[in-house]
Write a protein that binds this ligand. Sequence first.
Ligand code: INI
Length: 159
Amino acid sequence: MVPPASQLSAAGVRVGILVAAWNRQVTEALLKGAMEELLKRGGDENEILVEWVPGAFELPFGAKLMAQMTDVDAIICLGCVIRGETPHFDYVCQAATEGILRVGLEMEVPVIFGVLTVDTLEQALARAGGKYGNKGTEAAVAALHMASLARRLSRFDEP
Ligand code: INI
């Protein structure tokens, strides 16, 4: 049975968090939301690895390195892409979305998409601790949910 979100514990769960430095005001707020949620659910600060990458485009490679070089149970990717006047937004969003999905499937570790893709800074702030909640908080819950799923299924993998 899938535990309801309110029951998901972070105790003993090793979580890696990758944060994009672009739109730092927003991504720092996402990081705060994720950290607070993990600690509130019994997580240990020493079991949470936080690393920064330049922008959302670099999140997939950062996640791949983290999956290869550490034994985290889940990886949270946090970023914020704000639409400008050129198609650059679409390329960065596409690369981040597809890359993050691919790393999870290839590396067989849950990789969570905590990237805001918005038209304005105001929309981003509303989703980074403002009136529409915090995407970082949601990402932390999703990471615990997926780590719990992997842990429970692995029990059926023993001979
Ligand atoms: N990266 C972001 O994370 N958010 C953005 O809004 C953004 N914009 O607008 O350009 C952005 N660009 C940088 C990109 O992610 C890479 O870091 C850069 O292209 C170097 O590879």
